[in-house]
Design a protein around this ligand. Structure first.
Ligand code: ASP
Length: 498
């Protein structure tokens, strides 16, 4: 984008560069910086050194019961050299940048939903329209999720990834990840439909805000917004004006947080890639490829097949507008943390009106997990194939139903999709031990499925907005951002987003 005679790189390119550099640096660290490197720097136990700063843990001594000063006094040589200290500092700084960014996003997730939805609902002035939008949203979300699982099942049945893992590999993976898998299996609990629905109504709205219970926040904001239309205008106007101004403040904070995005994406990706053993990926290459191929089909074929003809949004326009959210979803593996950016992209870059975006997207980030559902379909069939189990039509239909429910019950945070997979496996009697086999590659697949989860929310948002006449034309979005630039707002990060 050319501004004031100089060319500025759009945000999604900056994030992409951060991501690619993160992968490269992460792979180099993973390959070059081994345990032997730490030993050469005088560190006995790298993990404990990184966590505690103690390079030599004296045998049989429980240091956790001592204070920092006591350790320094009693075990003066528990430190390492300057090179090791620098490496530790680098890791800590890297973690700090990534966490700071994620905290920033979580900081704004609740206020952005609250204020924009109050303003949106109070401007609707029409309860039947709200009901219609709600029904459309939930209906389309359910259909896309069921479709996603079906695609997952078809891919897994056609490519049979389970037949590529021999018993020896399976047993070694179970031995390596068994303990961690047991923890995940214990954490799974079946979603109960009634209590899930009941739970949307908060008993204390302030508690809902404090705990970030997104569906409850949506409910409370809608209720407040609707009731604002039922009280005298002079009183309602004050509240709406305050919420509107607060909304602008929150959006400004999103812009500020986004300035950190390229660096944060780099930091998050370096950590994941550096920590991930590439050997595991090798053993599960076919399974991972099938999951990624299914997700790519959903993202690049199925969604466009809906939004291009139905919402009349061009292929390139959609992906250009939503790419910052997709890339952040990939880097953070959390659709909840990505929500503020998803909302910003949908409103500012795609041109969805506030009242639709602020309703459809928070609900989507909480209940619509197409990528997770697809992954659960592939994973269930993969594990069954590995254990030589035949799954009939009835079993596969059961998987579609339970995976739909399980994905609704999946929170938009890293790794929960795998915990909910336990319920899917249980529903058709597939050995839960299989979780241990796929655990090693879960993080990378989580990143991919989270991108699809977020893309699915945006697709439904565009479709609902178009059907309600709440989607700006491409031309109008372009004119709006051009006029913002002309007003000098292009110095702000938002002006540089696309
Ligand atoms: N990480 C996913 C999300 O946030 C959920 C999952 O599949 O684990 O959307």
């Amino acid at each position: 984008m050319a501004t004031s005679g100089k060319t500025r790189l759009a945000l999604h390119w900056k994030i992409l560069i951060g991501l690619v550099l993160g992968v490269v640096v992460g792979v180099v660290i993973n390959q070059v910086w081994t345990e032997a490197t730490w030993h050469a720097l005088g560190v006995d136990e790298p993990a404990s050194y990184i966590a505690t700063g103690r390079a030599h843990v004296p045998q049989g001594v429980d240091l956790s019961s001592l204070t920092r000063d006591q350790i320094a006094e009693q075990y003066p040589n528990a430190g390492a050299g300057a090179a090791a200290a620098c490496a530790r500092l680098g890791r800590q700084f890297n973690g700090f940048v990534g966490d700071l960014f994620l905290r920033g996003l979580k900081f704004i997730a609740v206020p952005i939903v609250l204020f924009s939805l109050i303003v949106g609902a109070s401007s609707l002035n029409d309860l039947s329209r709200l009901g219609r939008i709600g029904l459309k949203t939930i209906g389309i979300y359910l259909c896309t999720t069921a479709l996603a699982i079906t695609i997952g099942l078809v891919f897994a049945n056609v490519f049979r990834p389970g037949s590529f893992v021999n018993q020896e590999t399976r047993e070694s993976l179970v031995a390596q990840f068994g303990a961690e898998a047991t923890g995940k299996i214990a954490a799974a609990k079946s979603p109960d439909v009634w209590s899930t629905v009941l739970n949307i109504v908060p008993t204390n709205p302030f508690e809902a805000l404090a705990k970030g219970e997104m569906l409850q926040v949506v409910f409370a904001a809608l209720l407040v917004g609707i009731c604002l239309t039922l009280i005298p205008k002079e009183k309602a106007g004050v509240v709406i004006a305050v919420c509107d101004a607060m909304n602008d403040v929150v959006i400004k904070i999103v812009d500020l947080v986004l300035m950190l995005a390229p660096f944060a994406v780099f930091a998050l990706i370096v950590k994941v890639v550096a920590d991930m053993g590439l050997n595991v990926l090798g053993a599960l290459a076919v399974y991972s490829l099938v999951v990624v191929a299914g997700l790519a089909t959903m993202m690049f074929v199925v969604y466009p097949a809906v939004f291009v003809p139905v919402a009349k949004v061009r292929y390139g326009r959609f992906f250009r507008a939503m790419s910052p959210a997709q890339l952040l979803a990939f880097s953070s593996a959390s659709s909840s943390a990505t929500l503020p950016v998803t909302m910003e992209c949908a409103q500012e870059r795609l041109g969805v009106h506030e009242e639709v975006a602020s309703f459809v997207l928070p609900i989507g980030a909480t209940v619509n997990m197409d990528g997770t559902a697809l992954y659960q379909g592939v994973a269930a069939v993969f594990i069954a194939q590995m254990y030589g189990m035949h799954l009939g039509w009835g079993d596969q239909l059961t998987i579609v139903l339970t995976a739909t429910l399980a994905s609704i019950g999946t929170a938009g945070v890293p790794g929960v999709g795998m915990i909910m997979l336990v319920i899917v496996l249980q529903s058709v009697g597939i050995p839960l031990e299989g979780i241990a086999v796929i655990l090693g590659v879960d993080r990378i697949l989580d990143m991919c499925r989270t991108s699809v989860n977020v893309t699915g929310d945006c697709m439904v948002c565009a479709v609902v907005a178009h059907s309600e006449g709440a989607l700006e034309s491409e031309e109008s979005v372009r004119r709006r951002s051009a006029s913002r630039e002309a007003m000098g707002m292009d110095e702000q990060p938002r002006g540089g987003m696309g």
